[in-house]
Design a binder for this molecule. Structure first.
Ligand SMILES: Cc1cc2nc3c(=O)[nH]c(=O)nc-3n(C[C@H](O)[C@H](O)[C@H](O)COP(=O)(O)O)c2cc1C
Length: 376
């Protein structure tokens, strides 16, 4: 691979011109000046009631040179909330707080969409049971959770949603999407990954239902398809994206890369392929697997790829994803967390700040707004 100056292309082994990280790309309504997308990163810096903070205004505005920012998983209702100091998109105060974030990002020349997150059975708050957490089936995550106080308790047991409640769940995503647009976001991404509610429906290990929302690949995919379609209807398909982590084994899920998983994701993609969505976004430790390639092929629209949690994305890997045509854009998490000017650093081949996991979820500025920009 040759040098990757802005706008240049490189020759693939096949001799075709492949885009570089610095080639513009269109995702639905948005034109991105480069293909480096900021992956959604939960940082728990909102106020106690979920209102976005001044720290968040600065954090996201500092990263406006990314092709696109996907803001962190944001709760849609009290029962969908997962983490302390997680931001919400429920109240007028939430909308006003996010408006300050989106205005600052736009003023800095950036683009930003919001990740809509329903936590399902994953609830790390002390009052999870009282808040009435829900899931496809009443199956807790195996093992224990550590509460913010340090206390260790078994994971909370969710209540199984009734069939007649499913429209209400879809409504939570639609309401969140509408409020996100009212808050100035350029679009939304439904969080269908990482073992939260939507993926709990996709995975046979967490979905033991025998109604229209469980029992077969098409039934397990039904809620994700319905929620995605409803959000696309509400705010425009070209402002709607979906994130998936096929084969997930986090958060007590046992999806695995099996024929059953492939069939479920095939049903999902066939339900959303014709909508004209802005993007499908997949995180996987195996981005070149038949499972992930199949999802991309069946979807057929703009595809964002991310390498998953095991190893931190490197520039070489991100470039390889494009030259091997594993995606149209690359989502990058921890490198952008630690380098607000990552796009410039990667373009110029400069040194990187290293992310400090000890401050990923701690309150305050440290490890959030104090990673330095390049000085020259
Ligand atoms: C601190 C932290 C918070 C994260 N929060 C979210 C989130 O809110 N939503 C989501 O879909 N993924 C989340 N992820 C996963 C990232 O989006 C990304 O997939 C992962 O970090 C791998 O990419 P990377 O190697 O470039 O960091 C989080 C990861 C980290 C490290």
């Amino acid at each position: 691979m040759t040098s990757t100056a802005a706008g240049a292309t490189v020759a693939t082994p096949q001799g075709d011109a492949a885009p570089t990280l610095f080639t513009p790309v269109t995702l639905g309504r948005l034109r991105l000046p480069n293909r480096i997308v900021m992956a959604p990163l939960t940082r728990r810096r909102a106020a106690a009631d979920g209102t976005p903070s001044d720290l968040m205004v600065r954090h996201y505005a500092d990263r406006a040179t990314a092709g696109l920012i996907i803001a962190e998983g944001t709760f849609l209702s009290p029962r969908s909330r997962t983490y302390l100091n997680q931001p919400g998109i429920v109240t007028d105060a939430h909308v006003a707080g996010w408006r300050r974030v989106t205005d600052a990002v736009h003023a800095a020349g950036g683009r930003i969409v919001l990740q809509l997150m329903h936590g399902g059975r994953v609830a790390m708050l002390p009052d999870a049971e009282e808040r009435g957490i829900v899931a496809p089936s009443a199956i807790p995550i195996p093992g224990e959770r550590r509460l913010p106080s340090g206390e260790v308790r078994p994971h909370a047991t969710p209540r199984a949603l009734r069939t007649d409640e499913m429209a209400g769940v879809v409504g939570e995503f639609v309401d969140g999407a509408r409020r996100a647009i009212a808050a100035g976001f350029d679009g939304v991404e439904l969080h269908g990954a990482n073992g939260y509610l939507l993926q709990e429906f996709l995975a046979a290990s967490t979905n033991h239902r025998d109604d229209a929302y469980g029992g077969s690949p098409a039934n397990r995919a039904r809620l994700v398809v319905e929620a995605t379609r409803a959000v696309a209807d509400a705010v425009g398909a070209d402002r709607t994206g979906l994130r998936l982590s096929p084969g997930e084994t986090r958060q007590g899920l046992e999806e695995g890369d099996t024929p059953e998983t492939a069939a479920t994701y095939a049903a999902l993609t066939s339900g959303i392929a014709g909508l004209g969505l802005a993007s499908l976004h997949v995180l996987s430790a195996h981005p070149a697997s038949a499972l992930v390639r199949g999802i991309r092929r069946d979807f057929g629209g703009p595809f964002i790829i991310n390498s998953g949690f095991e190893v931190v994305t490197t520039r070489a890997e991100a470039e390889r994803f494009l030259t091997e045509d594993l995606g149209d854009a690359v989502a990058v998490g921890r490198p952008l967390l630690a380098n607000p000017d990552l796009v410039r650093r990667w373009r110029e081949g400069r040194e990187l700040n290293r992310p400090n996991p000890e401050t990923f979820y701690t309150p305050g500025e440290a490890g959030y707004n104090d990673y330095p920009f390049l000085e020259d």
